[in-house]
Design a protein around this ligand. Structure first.
Ligand code: ZN
Length: 217
């Protein structure tokens, strides 16, 4: 028993030392594979690790986002308000279980193919990263509908979200690359530099980062 305990402690210590020796911060910041990076790419070709749960989720107006995204979101909403535009949060972080329930409800309403064009299967949603937020108008006008783009919140976000590090992640006409129909309400935090680059290039995040299209599972 004592020997077993000793082995466990030694393994724990080795894991701890290995983790603390890794230059994780610099590498993770620009890593499309790391869920701790702001440019992690999750799509129908790139699921999240099954055990991943963000460790720095904080409240951002009644929903959870990772701390950096939450700070940017809070600044963005305050600046929109200063411009006279009210932006409300519809949905932020979702656990895998919540995503599973949501996707199952879409399948019931639209069938598998319809559900897959509107909602991610569990393990494949950007909402599970804590870096994605669905926004809306406080009165619910055009909530989660294409016409959201023409509303006050939708048009303000289209013109300004990139300045806070957010992309309209599923643009119109890009379903063959992103795998999703146009979602003018779905914002994804990637950081201001990447958001500006993607916007200036007029492409999807996959194209900007040189990743293959992910139209389906
Ligand atoms: Zn969304």
């Amino acid at each position: 028993m004592a020997a077993l305990l000793c082995v466990c402690l030694a393994v724990s210590l080795a894991v701890f030392l290995n983790l603390s020796n890794e230059p994780a911060d610099a590498a993770a910041a620009s890593d499309v594979d790391s869920p701790d990076s702001s440019i992690i790419v999750v799509n129908k070709d790139r699921p999240l690790a099954a055990e991943y749960v963000p460790q720095d989720l904080v409240d951002a107006g009644g929903m959870l986002l990772r701390a950096e995204a939450a700070g940017a979101y809070t600044r963005m909403v305050a600046d929109a308000a200063a411009d006279g535009v009210a932006v409300s949060a519809v949905s932020g972080y979702r656990s895998r279980e919540e995503q599973s329930r949501l996707h199952t409800s879409y399948i019931a309403d639209y069938g598998q193919e319809g559900a897959d064009s509107l909602s991610a299967r569990p393990g494949y949603s950007e909402h599970e990263t804590g870096l994605a937020v669905d926004i809306g108008n406080p009165d619910g006008l055009c909530a989660l509908e294409t016409c959201f783009e023409g509303t006050a919140a939708g048009s303000w976000a289209a013109a300004n979200a990139h300045r806070y590090g957010f992309l309209i992640r599923y643009p119109a006409g890009a379903e063959h690359i992103t795998g999703y129909a146009y979602e003018p309400w779905h914002l994804r935090y990637v950081g201001p530099e990447t958001a500006r680059g993607v916007r200036d290039a007029g492409v999807t995040l996959e194209e900007f980062l040189g990743l293959p299209a992910a139209p389906g599972y």
